[in-house]
Design a protein around this ligand. Structure first.
Ligand SMILES: Nc1ncnc2c1ncn2[C@@H]1O[C@H](COP(=O)(O)OP(=O)(O)OP(=O)(O)O)[C@@H](O)[C@H]1O
Ligand SMILES: [Mg+2]
Length: 267
């Protein structure tokens, strides 16, 4: 195929506009604003590290972008679709089909088998038994744990548990994987293995990777580093190296033009 020299615009997978998140009741003295007017655009296939001190709002931002929590103010578009407009069914469907999650604390049904843990998103999506099994085994193969499918989740090592979580995040063929401190509970060798799986998914399959981390080495491996301080983006730097070559899905529509001139972080 002839190489095109034309610069094509990669569709935005996430377009967050002026997100604010306040915890606690309106007039309560415990009210706390964890995100302040945060605007962030993430293109398909990017790898983005969200960095900042403890309490700076990293998990809050990630949970909001991952549709696990609603912003108090602001608009969020996912693949051109305004999230605020979706009902709970549409929201669950987008979350279930388009997003994968990997958390520091694993979150699995410890007494259930590895296979059942991995198939869970497919059960929610209403896939048939055979599809569930096939896809789950493929995902387990991708993380090198095919042989543990029948084991109980609680019997696995920490690194294996995290790989099961990655398999579960992968099983619905998501366009974005959100990882919150995915290597935080692992020793460095196991962490490196988990890290490699995540970056391979980004590079080889074009899955957008958004990773919250305290680890400067992991952050440096991402194409982009977004620093948060006290609920605000204080810097947004992009490596000048080539961006991800493959993009997984092309269904993203361009979100409507902004009404306000939201402040963008420097690139
Ligand atoms: N449910 C909640 N109710 C009240 N305050 C909250 C809630 N969740 C988070 N916060 C507060 O919001 C701020 C941001 O929290 P967040 O969990 O996003 O920080 P973080 O950057 O992820 O920190 P860490 O690196 O320690 O995980 C903190 O001050 C926290 O105490
Ligand atoms: Mg956190």
């Amino acid at each position: 195929m002839a190489k095109s020299t034309k610069k094509t615009e990669t569709p935005l997978v996430i377009d967050a506009r002026n997100l604010t998140k306040t915890y606690g009741k309106k007039r309560s003295e415990h009210k706390f604003t964890a995100l302040k007017n945060v605007s962030l655009e993430i293109a398909q296939g990017e790898s983005v590290a969200i960095i900042g001190k403890s309490g700076s709002g990293k998990s809050t931002l990630m949970h909001t972008l991952a549709l696990l929590d609603k912003p108090t103010k602001g608009e969020l578009y996912f693949a051109g679709q305004r999230i605020g407009k979706l009902g709970s069914r549409g929201l669950n469907r987008t979350r279930n089909r388009e997003l994968g999650f990997v958390f520091q604390q694993f979150f699995m049904n410890a007494n259930d088998t590895v296979l059942n843990n991995v198939t869970l998103p497919l059960v929610i999506a209403g896939r048939s038994f055979f599809t569930r099994r096939r896809r789950a085994m493929e995902a387990l193969r991708a993380v090198g744990l095919e042989d543990k499918a029948k084991n109980k989740a609680k019997d696995l090592s920490g690194g294996q548990k995290q790989r099961v979580c990655i398999a579960r995040a992968l099983v619905n063929n998501p366009s974005v994987i959100f990882a919150d401190e995915p290597t935080g509970n692992l020793d460095s060798a196991t962490g490196a293995m988990v890290e490699k799986i995540l970056f391979d998914l980004n590079r080889k399959q074009g899955i957008t990777l958004i990773i919250v981390t305290h680890d400067e080495d992991i952050a440096a491996k991402c194409q982009r580093q977004v620093y948060l301080k006290d609920g605000e983006i204080v810097s947004d730097t992009k490596k000048s190296t080539k961006s991800a070559k493959t993009t997984k899905k092309t269904t993203a529509k361009k979100a409507p033009k902004k009404k306000t001139t939201a402040k963008k972080g420097k690139k």
